[in-house]
Design a protein. Structure first.
Length: 293
């Protein structure tokens, strides 16, 4: 991975000056990286892991609600937000890096919640024995490879863009408000002005763009898909019916494949970022799922 200049990375004093839930933020060294994370509440540990291209801002509404009942830990993934990048951000390396962070925090999450690709990282941790939650929650979870040629073309395209050192800067220069609105609209979600501006702030930073592209370029879900039948943790799949990023049918098919260990909760009218659109609804589903588990 091409080293990004320090001014290419999001800076907490500038881009994070009014970061959501900023009073819960801190920086922790683990696994050779400096991580930005947010931590709030007390009780059983609940881990929040965002998806590709996002950061802790994605939990701005959900984190305070869950902190009423849990000790919530929400990190920026490597290369995203204010956390250092990994040289090769593959799924296994992302999982090992997150495991190192949890060891540094002496945290054993009882509930683990992942959005999109974040759910794949958590599933990999569970399968590898580094995480043993009483409940695993996937929010519009990206747990299966794209079907057909898309499974080959999408990573290859991301890899070509990632290897071009100019790409992140071009993307950042073009990330105006209209472009970000189109991008978010393409997920099937509708965000308020604050939510859109936070994504725009990150997408205008080449280092964050490089982190997202690097993650997509190195992502391979075939081994995970093969191993999923061994998943021991109960799985709650929360699915937005309007998700245009991950086909809702994929979660339904996975639940059928895993049988009684998996449960699906359907959110009508919400898209890929359902937890940002209706955090109170998602918080209640997670709370109820944890109580059942």
């Amino acid at each position: 991975m091409r080293a990004m200049a320090s001014d290419d990375r999001p800076d907490f004093a500038r881009q994070g000056r009014d970061w959501p839930n900023r009073d819960t933020s801190r920086f922790v060294a683990a696994g050779g990286l400096t991580w930005h994370l947010q931590e709030a509440g007390s009780g059983p540990v609940l881990l929040l892991v965002h998806g590709t291209g996002a950061a802790t801002h994605s939990w701005r509404g959900l984190l305070p609600l869950l902190a009423r009942d849990f000790r919530v830990i929400a990190p920026d993934l490597p290369g995203h937000g204010f956390t250092d990048p990994l040289p090769t951000p593959s799924l296994p390396r992302m999982a090992r890096a997150l495991a190192a962070l949890l060891r540094a925090l002496d945290a054993a999450p009882q509930v683990a919640v992942g959005h999109s690709a974040g759910a794949a990282i958590l599933a990999r941790l569970c399968l590898d024995g580094a995480l043993a939650p009483r409940l695993l929650v996937g929010l519009n979870a990206a747990l299966k490879p794209f079907p057909g040629m898309a499974g080959f073309l999408f990573p290859a395209m991301a890899r070509a863009l990632f290897l071009n050192p100019v790409t992140p800067r071009i993307f950042a220069w073009s990330a105006d408000r209209a472009a970000v609105e189109r991008l978010i609209h393409g997920t099937g979600s509708t965000l308020d002005r604050t939510g859109l501006d936070l994504y725009r702030r990150l997408f205008q930073t080449p280092g964050h763009v490089a982190g997202a592209l690097g993650m997509m370029a190195n992502w391979d879900l075939v081994p995970l898909d093969r191993d999923l039948p061994r998943l021991a943790a109960p799985l709650l799949l929360i699915v937005g019916s309007q998700d245009r990023t991950i086909a809702p049918d994929a979660s339904l098919a996975l639940a059928d494949r895993l049988g009684p260990r998996a449960r699906v909760e359907w959110l009508r009218g919400l898209g890929h970022l359902a937890h940002e659109e209706k955090p109170e609804v998602v918080a209640e589903l997670i709370r109820a799922g944890a109580e059942r588990a």
